[in-house]
Write a protein that binds this ligand. Structure first.
Ligand code: AGP
Length: 609
């Protein structure tokens, strides 16, 4: 979604802003712009389209100055256009702002401002903020910002500069991430860490409604009343290289290959060897707490929701607690039945997804205890939850989630086993056996990656496919949903995931000669049923690719092709089964010439509803 970078120091701001925006490109955008104080005025350059267009124009007409803000916009209010791009400015052009999020009450504010004599250039919600700051400005930018944000409803991360105070930058956030980077003789703001990691590893993570006032030598953080807040410095431990491609043609492929290690990291210091218990030190549920829990809800969006569906199966099976997995945007509006004995597990790679955050807050308001599973340290989800489990996948840049998903599955495995243990629902031998199975996953995932060439070949042969189906039962169905999402989001091929037993109730009508069907058949107890479903679609002309456990050659008798997955317990095989599906989606998208890392219409972090 939108990206923000800001710089104040002694260097030329333009290249720093452009470089920062480039590192945020993965979030998805449709226009880009910067505003730099050039010694006399705030100069704005902003254009619809890729960052390269902005760069080209800046080469022709350079903008020089040591104070600036930059933005990549993903249109919400107003079509993508030069005029709707950010930065937006006040009427006199003396104040410039960049904004991520949505101002929900912009219409009444706009009408009020028009009544006060303001006129508008753009269709954006953001322009009202620039005018409001101008309205309240009385010699102190931060005071004007404090007064302005009190009138705003919705979500915002804002970076603001003014030529009336050219030694200052102000930033503020609510429901949209924003950090402050601390340098020597220079300081930064950004909506995401990779944007400024080249310059500093020391950051402040701004909390809701905190206002940062930056000069080149100082950073002051204030609360909404203007009182100073003591901030702890957060030290970023990962490096720029881990947020770059490292020789791979695409981030997505790099991230697929990073999975064994990401899984290892997520298990490290949690899955202890031998008889030792699983350690999840930020999940503090006791046996007494669990006794009172009548139901768990898992709430998430997209891929994270698919991880939640696997979590549902496992927690119900191992810990014998009823679980509902919900899409966050549905959950938040369906008046969910929750109380003080409810537990809600929120899964979010970014920890900033608007629908997930809203669902979490709704659940909290109703008394539920929140367990967050997130990949981003200091994200809003991590800060607002009661209990926490980080996935240690490292930065995920490609829009299509891969390593975030597999590490979310690992988080689900750990939570399910832990809850089962706390509740006393699992006997010691099975617990040990399951822990051992989980500990082998990283190596097994490495083996699955060796299938890449085979999947590339299959993808190239099917590059013109128009419809692809993914079918499975139980955990295979949960993985089928993720395989189907991966394919459609990056290759734009129509695809559906179906519970295999449900096909005959309608969808089988879509199967015709040559339709490609991935039939997931990794669940031992349902294998015969899966074979029957393969036969059903084959009889209608489908080309069936089965995914089955190594050692079970039975599927070969029915399927046209079989992909073998290393043998493990049925409960934990999803994390392996999904990898060939990720590789197939990746290779077919490449074969079709798609923009794999930045698929059309999608953004990495969906911070608007
Ligand atoms: C899938 O590839 C997408 N990236 C998307 O479905 C994503 O999982 C969803 O938007 C949720 O994001 P989150 O995990 O950051 O909350």
């Amino acid at each position: 979604m939108c990206g923000i970078v800001g710089y104040i120091g002694d260097k030329n701001a333009t290249p720093i802003l452009i470089d920062g925006l480039r590192r945020l490109e993965y979030r998805g955008y449709d226009s880009a712009g910067i505003a730099v104080y050039n010694g006399g005025e705030v100069e704005v350059k902003k254009y619809k389209g890729r960052l390269s267009i902005l760069e080209e124009r800046l080469r022709e007409h350079p903008v020089l100055g040591s104070l600036g803000i930059g933005h990549t916009r993903w249109a919400t209010h107003g079509e993508p256009s030069d005029v709707n791009s950010h930065p937006q400015t006040s009427m006199k052009g003396n104040i410039a702002i960049v904004h991520n999020g949505i101002i929900e009450n912009f219409q009444p504010l706009k009408e009020w401002l028009i009544g006060e004599g303001y006129s508008f250039q753009s269709d954006t919600d953001t322009e009202v903020v620039a005018h409001l700051i101008d309205y309240y400005y009385d010699g102190s930018l931060e005071e004007a910002v404090i007064k302005t944000v009190e009138r705003l409803e919705g979500s915002f991360a804002l970076g603001i500069i003014s030529c009336a105070e050219p030694d200052k930058m102000v930033a503020v956030r609510k429901d949209s991430p924003l950090i402050v980077g601390l340098g020597k003789g220079e300081n930064f703001i950004a909506s995401d860490i990779p944007a400024i990691l080249e310059h500093t590893r020391q950051v402040y993570l701004l909390n809701e409604m905190e206002i940062a006032v930056l000069t080149k030598d100082s950073v002051k953080v204030l609360d909404r009343m203007g009182k100073p807040v003591n901030k702890e410095i957060f030290e970023v431990t990962w490096d720029v290289a881990s947020a770059e491609k490292g020789g791979y043609p695409h981030f997505m492929l790099k991230e697929i290959y990073e999975q064994p290690n990401a899984i290892r990291q997520t298990l490290k210091s949690r899955l202890m060897s031998g008889k030792e218990d699983i350690v999840l030190d930020q999940i503090r549920l006791s046996r007494e707490d669990l006794e009172k829990v009548t139901k768990i809800n898992i709430v998430a969006c997209g891929t994270a929701f698919h991880a939640g569906v696997v979590g549902k199966y496992l927690i119900e099976k191992l810990a014998r607690i009823p679980v509902e997995a919900d899409i966050a945007s549905e959950f938040r509006y369906r008046n969910p039945i929750l109380d003080d004995n409810s537990v809600v597990i929120v899964i979010s790679q970014s920890g900033e997804t608007a629908d997930t955050l809203a669902a979490m807050r709704e659940a909290k308001k109703r008394g539920a205890r929140i367990i967050a599973v997130t990949n981003v340290v200091g994200s809003t989800v991590s800060r607002e939850a009661d209990d926490l489990l980080y996935t240690w996948a490292g930065p995920e840049i490609a829009v299509a989630s891969t390593k975030a998903y597999t590490t979310q599955l690992i988080a689900m495995y750990l939570i399910a086993l832990k809850l089962a243990k706390i509740k006393g629902e699992i006997d010691a031998d099975l617990y040990l056996k399951m822990k051992e199975a989980v500990s082998k996953i990283p190596e097994q995932a490495e083996k699955v990656l060796e299938l890449s060439d085979e999947l590339k070949d299959m993808a190239e042969r099917n590059r013109d496919a128009e419809d692809v189906f993914f079918i499975g039962r139980s955990l295979d169905y949960a993985v089928a949903m993720e395989g189907s999402l991966k394919l459609k989001e990056i290759s734009y091929i129509h695809s559906e995931a179906y519970a295999a037993g449900e096909l005959k109730h309608g969808t089988i009508a879509l199967i015709e000669d040559g339709t490609l069907v991935f039939a997931l058949a990794t669940q031992d107890r349902l294998f015969d049923k899966a074979v029957s479903n393969m036969k059903e679609v084959k009889a209608r002309g489908a080309y069936v690719v089965a995914l089955a456990k190594e050692g079970n050659r039975e599927a070969e008798k029915t399927a046209d092709r079989v992909i073998y997955i290393p043998d493990t317990l049925d409960e934990f095989i999803p994390v392996l089964t999904v990898i060939p599906l990720q590789l197939f989606a990746y290779h077919i998208a490449v074969a079709r010439g798609c923009d794999v890392d930045k698929p059309r219409n999608l953004a990495k972090s969906v911070t608007v509803e």
